[in-house]
Design a protein around this ligand. Sequence first.
Ligand code: ZN
Length: 419
Amino acid sequence: MPKQNSVSRHIVLTSHPSRVGPKPIPIKWGASDPMERGPVIATLTKQAHRNVIGTHSGSYAVYRALAVARGVLQSDHRADLTNTSPVEHIGPHPSWFDLEKIVSVDPFGAIVGEVFTSYYEQGYDIRPTIAITKAHINMPELQEAVAKGRLTIDGKIMKSGGDLVVTKAAIEPVWYLPGIAKRFQITEGDLRRALFEQTGGMFPELVTRSDLEVFLPPIGGVTVYILGDIAAITDPNKPLAVRVHDECNGSDVFGSDICTCRPYLVHGIEVCVQTAQEGGAGVIVYCRKEGRALGEVTKFLVYNARKRQEGGDRADAYFERTECVAGVQDMRFQELMPDVLHWLGITRIDRMVSMSNMKYNAITEAGIEIVERIPIPEDLIPQDARVEIEAKKAAGYYTTGEVLDSNGLGSVKGRALTD
Ligand SMILES: [Zn+2]
């Protein structure tokens, strides 16, 4: 018989609070003193320390489980965080301590190593949920913008060859469940029950541990790209450009022509560079919400349904085809999106590079002013993406141009699957 470690064979359930021993450190969401707020402790090595539901790394926790199961990762591995601290400081901002403003991000997530040192000394395994680094990025369309004179190389924000110097932050979601429920105007009980049931019962604590109010959901996070001076983001005298972009792998990475995602993203970066070069800052918020958070399988099924329907792919049936397959038109829930803008301390956006009414409404209802909205330039819209853009404009997307009626929408056609 293979030798078995009796400790590792023992399955530890966290589904009910311990009747004995110390209670976990409470989290007082919204408190301004980090020690009063309390650290987010999602460690799996010391069950008694856990004060949240779920674990770190979002959906990648499943790969971590595989690595442990295969024996290539020690289940009690503790991250060595030497030299991992943020390269730029963000916050604290007043919005960090406002229960109405941030409920889906841990504002202290990047600086746990600074603010919770005493807990580290006591042996607590506290991990950052935000990491901030620097990079050079480059996209071929930006070199074209330089060649056409729309962008200039200044040697600081944009270097020779079109390299952009950026600060970027990766953010894992940390949900304060009472705040999320309030944001969606539902009860916390209904929220917990749906999260429990719709994940196949993955997190029993959602229904058994009402004492734990913070959940690390197994979903994709957000990446923020910042161009220009970080201090300009919150300086009322400096201009700020923002694009909030929801992931579209097919277009963003592979250049698919069925939508406007990559061209609009690159245009957003271009506006960010221009604004940074004027002494302001530009912010790209990239959210992992593939296919309106319906996932790529649903998205590709919808593409087929659109292109095979009677009359072919048409703008007047664009949303209907999505709803037939997914049951809804959209599951991105932009209501949570402004949290990351509040984490950055944004109170005014001078140039909002987005036509989405859902994003606009969410941001302005969150108390952030939007001065100007910048639609995608007509010449950047791929031919096969006309169906999408005309349907969206007719549904309320911002435009300075014409909005088609139902007859007009019926005549906007996309390419057939066989072409
Ligand atoms: Zn797209």
